[in-house]
Design a protein around this ligand. Structure first.
Ligand SMILES: Nc1ncnc2c1ncn2[C@@H]1O[C@H](COP(=O)(O)OP(=O)(O)O)[C@@H](O)[C@H]1O
Ligand SMILES: [Mg+2]
Length: 266
């Protein structure tokens, strides 16, 4: 065969290893006062990408711009090449279905059971009348049971969410997010409300389960040591700009000084 193989289109090689491409992202809550000042990030399609930086530097704003809880002012956010900024209505709902969320305060429905909370991850897929009648397809129920198993809560399906500890709630939060079969998972300080030991357990679980499911994760995290331990990639932000972007082993004291300022705390 002598057929010429067409050269791959520009960006094709990158798109196979990048799940989310953020370019020139600016967010101004008040005109002329940018909180994000032109952020460029290519999020790899595998593993944990940790965003670190001091409080108020725009980490939550970055995550909220991705799932459009916050409207970006300028710039581009592409999920598997599809532009997310500017989507509305049905297009936005379909895009959100592809993005899982894990929250610092878990955001479970407290008076519902663990099982109902996990199944609610399917709400973007199941017709509303089915959800109201709690008629989820059998395969969804089977998957919910296997996720509860995977997060270490096999016997908790019928317990009410408000009867769980913080660590257990966050495990349910992770199961619910994966129930959605997301293309990417966003986690905003998912362990900040937990004691140090539980935080490590939850991060272990988040890392192993998302790796097994093949779901890349962006995690905002205060704790630099945990970020270095679990992330494959670290994004260091300061004052609304990315000032470090690389693997944990390249993150050095001078980077941390630039990100967090000062030295006495190091
Ligand atoms: N909804 C909002 N309206 C106005 N200002 C906001 C809003 N959300 C966040 N901010 C401001 O944007 C800046 C970045 O906040 P945030 O993204 O929460 O940072 P981080 O998550 O890194 O602590 C802060 O100065 C904060 O006060
Ligand atoms: Mg925050």
């Amino acid at each position: 065969m002598s057929a010429t193989i067409a050269a791959a289109p520009p960006g094709a090689a990158r798109s196979s290893s990048t799940v989310l491409e953020i370019r020139g992202l600016v967010k101004e809550y008040a005109a002329g006062k940018p909180v994000l000042k032109g952020v460029d990030i290519a999020v790899p399609a595998e593993g944990i990408t940790a965003v670190i930086g001091p409080s108020g530097t725009g980490k939550s704003t970055l995550i909220r711009c991705i799932n459009r809880l916050v409207e970006p002012t300028r710039g581009s956010i592409r999920l598997h090449g599809e532009e997310l900024t500017g989507l509305r209505g049905r297009g936005l709902r379909l895009a959100r279905r592809r993005i899982g969320m894990v929250f610092q305060e878990y955001n479970l429905v407290e008076r519902l059971t663990v099982m109902e909370n996990v199944l609610s991850g399917r709400l973007g897929y199941v017709p509303l009348w089915r959800a109201w009648l709690r008629k989820y397809p059998e395969e969804d129920i089977q998957r919910a049971f296997s996720l509860l198993d995977a997060v270490g809560l096999p016997d908790h399906a019928t317990r009410r969410a408000d009867a769980l500890s913080g660590g257990q709630r966050q495990r349910v939060g992770i199961a619910r997010a994966l129930m959605q079969r997301p293309e990417i998972l966003l986690a905003d300080e998912p362990t900040s409300s937990l004691d140090p030991r539980t935080a490590v357990e939850v991060l272990e679980l988040l890392t192993s389960l998302t790796a097994a499911e093949g779901v890349p994760v962006i995690i905002n995290i205060h704790n630099v040591d945990l970020a270095k331990r679990y992330a494959r990639r670290i994004i260091g932000m300061s004052g609304g700009s990315v000032i470090f972007d690389g693997p944990p082993e390249q993150l050095e004291a001078h980077h941390l000084r630039a990100i967090y300022g000062g030295e006495d705390w190091l």
